[in-house]
Design a protein around this ligand. Structure first.
Ligand code: NAD
Length: 331
């Protein structure tokens, strides 16, 4: 029996989260769900969007599945998501981007994974005004932070049977910070001779991803480039309803779709739960439930390929919950 924290979230969050829970439970994997509230509802009830009970539950269970959360205005948090990553030291952000047959995209073949460093870089938010007419932001890159994210990318490549890791940087210009990231990446790569390694400057990387995305496998990037390039990659494979994600640290992991709470679609049983279901697939793999994870992914691929029972964003008219039932029928 696994213990997992479930955070339904805001807007379309509860609909997609419960659809994913239903699919995961249908595999027969035994999960004891601890359902906790974060976001707008928690703000109203407890005066904070991230109650201590939520953090305690994730710290105890070590694994959470999370729906999107609306970023509240007027509290001390930049966002619940950033606060969670900080509190739980979730240093690796994993975003697989894969084209499923039946989805309309400009490309035939994309199956790559973005591994983004989640704690350092310009995202550390160390910035200030210098007088009234200038501002300064400090870019932090450490050997420790770079080493653990690059090692994570190589270990992931081995576990998932992937062939190549590409480290993305701008070390030609930022010789100290990105230079340190690249130097560390080369040293770690030398320990994994079975995996091909290359490095690429971030601007060239963007052009190549748009031209020949089929040439890339695992990308590893510092925080800011990872943020930008991972959205580019979601765009390559057909959009937000399909893009899963994971935030992983040494003491736990939070799995969530890339998309937000889409308030306009909330409560109408319209949203596509695929991104959350595929986040559940990443979670099951993390829990060691490889076979159940693969069964769900195959079932999702089949429902999308047939195209008869898909949600509005994929050109269909099936509801969130009925789409989940169609996936369960294929399991
Ligand atoms: P969004 O992702 O909620 O919506 C962007 C567009 O994509 C909308 O047209 C929406 O209808 C569509 N969309 C998103 N998910 C979909 C799905 N599963 N199925 C079908 N269509 C889908 O982005 P936004 O409008 O910029 O943000 C709304 C709120 O979500 C904001 O408060 C933002 O801060 C928050 N947000 C939270 C997270 C998170 O919790 N991880 C991530 C991003 C945004």
């Amino acid at each position: 029996m696994h213990k997992v924290t479930l955070i339904p979230g805001d807007g379309i969050g509860p609909e997609v989260a419960y659809a994913a829970k239903k699919v995961i439970d249908a595999t027969g994997v035994k999960i004891d769900w601890d359902i906790v509230e974060a976001g707008e509802g928690a703000m109203k009830k407890y005066g904070t969007p991230l109650p201590q009970a939520v953090l305690d539950s994730i710290k105890k269970n070590k694994v959470a599945l999370k729906g999107p959360i609306t970023t509240p205005v007027g509290t001390g948090f930049r966002s619940v998501n950033v606060a969670l990553r900080k509190e739980l030291n979730l240093y690796a952000n994993l975003r697989p981007c894969k084209i499923y047959e039946g989805v309309k995209t400009r490309y035939d073949q994309v199956d790559l994974v973005v591994v983004r460093e989640n704690t350092e870089d310009l995202y550390a938010g160390i910035e200030h005004m210098v007088g009234e007419d200038a501002a300064e932001s400090i870019k932090i890159i450490t050997r420790k932070g770079s080493e653990r994210i690059v090692r994570f990318a190589f270990e992931y490549a081995i576990k998932e049977g992937r062939k190549k890791v590409t480290a993305v940087h701008k070390a030609n210009i930022m010789k100290c910070t990105d230079g340190l990231f690249l130097d560390t990446a080369r040293k770690v790569a030398a320990e994994y001779p079975q995996i091909e390694f290359e490095d690429m400057i971030v601007d060239a990387m963007c052009m190549k991803l748009v031209q020949t995305p089929e040439n890339y496998d695992v990308l590893v990037l510092p925080n800011l480039y990872g943020d930008i390039v991972s959205d580019l990659c979601a765009g390559l494979v057909g959009g937000l309803g399909l893009a899963p994600g994971a935030n992983i640290g040494e003491e736990g992991a939070v799995f969530e779709p890339i998309h937000g709470s889409a308030p306009r679609r909330a409560g109408q049983n319209l949203a596509n739960p695929t991104a959350t279901i595929l986040s559940g697939v990443l979670m099951l793999k993390y829990l060691g439930e490889q076979e159940a994870a693969e069964r769900i992914e195959r079932a999702v691929a089949k429902v999308i390929k047939e195209g008869k029972k898909v949600t509005y964003d994929l050109g269909g008219s099936t509801g969130t919950s009925e789409y989940a039932d169609a996936v369960i029928a294929e399991l």
